[in-house]
Design a protein around this ligand. Structure first.
Ligand SMILES: [Zn+2]
Length: 371
């Protein structure tokens, strides 16, 4: 008996030791989860010390519970028990929509936004008058301006646009003339997209931007005549891949090595944007939340770079892109995706090296620091 007991005790001690070792292994990377909220936006940042920043919360009902649960899955994977800073980029239903559902699932300590809604709609205004003040009553509520810093330990987090105003002076090391300004063509937009809270985030040598749904005309104000941001490693969001944003003055001048597009099954990934991104100097890969029918096979990336499928997969995806139907009654719904959803995860190291992983198929690629 004795040898057996010894063996049991020893193996228990060993497994306990490895568990302890696992629990105590400090996180050294900035982890970024791009969550699938069906053509909305939600991106979770977790620093090495475990501090968290969430940008946006997915869609209004009927998508709100689904999207809040998907955000919570990323939150749990990251080992986070509270959201330290929440940024709502602007008051559109695909960005603030899951907030009340999310707030009922996890404490949120700071609520950050650009201020008042500029595009009145009954659902949004009711949320802002009744629901939102109750959510931030026991937390901090901060209205940010361009140029503000958001205090996140270990990161340099700067607001580069908010409430329609852009950064007035260049970030350190930036400010060179932007050669793409000469060919700029103005774009169209609604009222709220240009109000977006836009962020520049630096972790050691790693640099990324998330600009909410900032529009072409604001991109021009921010990036012309001088590029006030400089270059980045990773471009996040891209306004779902919609052509009211994503001018060359932004995308080509930022020179991202990697872009991750928060598109939907029939939202964004539009040909004009795909051409701009695919021709962006220095771009190594575009990753997408979804295959968008607006891209077709013609413009999309290979499936290994796409995180999500649809509930009823089509036998083959159409080659030609389609034009988005004008909104209104009688429009056929886009392909639905309410089943299992997958995130794209980025793990960035201080030296600028970062790894992108597609949670659906496990495909992973490391982008080494440029020497
Ligand atoms: Zn949007």
């Amino acid at each position: 008996m004795r040898p057996k007991i010894t063996f049991l005790v020893l193996s228990f001690a060993l497994s306990t030791a490895s568990l302890v070792a696992q629990a105590q292994t400090p996180r050294t990377t900035l982890d970024i989860y791009v969550v699938d909220v069906e053509g909305g936006n939600s991106v979770l940042f977790v620093t090495p010390s475990g501090e968290s920043v969430l940008i946006d919360t997915g869609n209004v009902p009927p998508g709100a519970v689904r999207d809040a649960e998907r955000i919570m899955a990323a939150v749990k994977d990251a080992g986070v028990t509270e959201i330290d800073h929440l940024i709502i980029t602007h008051w559109h239903g695909d960005h603030f929509g899951g907030l009340a559902e999310l707030a009922s699932r996890i404490p949120i300590k700071q609520f950050i936004d650009h201020g008042a809604n500029t595009q009145p709609t009954p659902q949004t205004d009711e949320f802002l008058q009744k629901t939102y003040p109750a959510l931030y009553a026991k937390a901090t509520h901060t209205v940010v301006k361009a140029g503000d810093k958001i205090p996140v330990t270990g990161l340099d987090w700067r607001v580069v646009a908010s409430a329609g105003e852009v950064l007035k002076s260049s970030l350190p090391g930036a400010g060179k003339p932007n050669p793409y300004c000469a060919n700029f063509k103005a774009g169209e937009s609604n009222a709220e997209d240009p109000q977006s809270v836009a962020s520049y985030i630096k972790f050691g040598q790693f640099r990324t931007v998330h600009l909410g749904d900032l529009t072409k005309n604001k991109e021009f104000e921010l990036m012309c005549p001088n590029n006030r941001i400089g270059t980045v490693d990773l471009l996040l969001g891209l306004h779902h891949g919609q052509a009211s944003s994503n001018s060359e003055v932004l995308v080509h001048a930022l020179r991202p090595r990697v872009a991750i597009m928060n598109d939907g099954t029939r939202k964004g990934g539009e040909p004009e944007v795909m051409q701009t991104v695919h021709s962006s100097p220095g771009l190594e890969d575009l990753w997408e939340m979804h295959f968008s029918l607006l891209s077709g096979q013609e413009y999309t990336v290979p499936g290994m770079f796409i995180a999500n499928l649809v509930d009823d997969p089509q036998p083959n995806m159409p080659i030609a892109p389609i034009t988005a139907p004008a909104p209104g009654p009688g429009v056929p719904p886009p392909p639905q995706h309410n089943g299992t959803a997958y995130w794209i995860k980025v793990s960035a190291q201080r030296d600028g090296t970062f790894t992108v992983t597609n949670a659906r198929n496990g495909f992973s690629k490391t982008y080494s620091r440029v020497r």
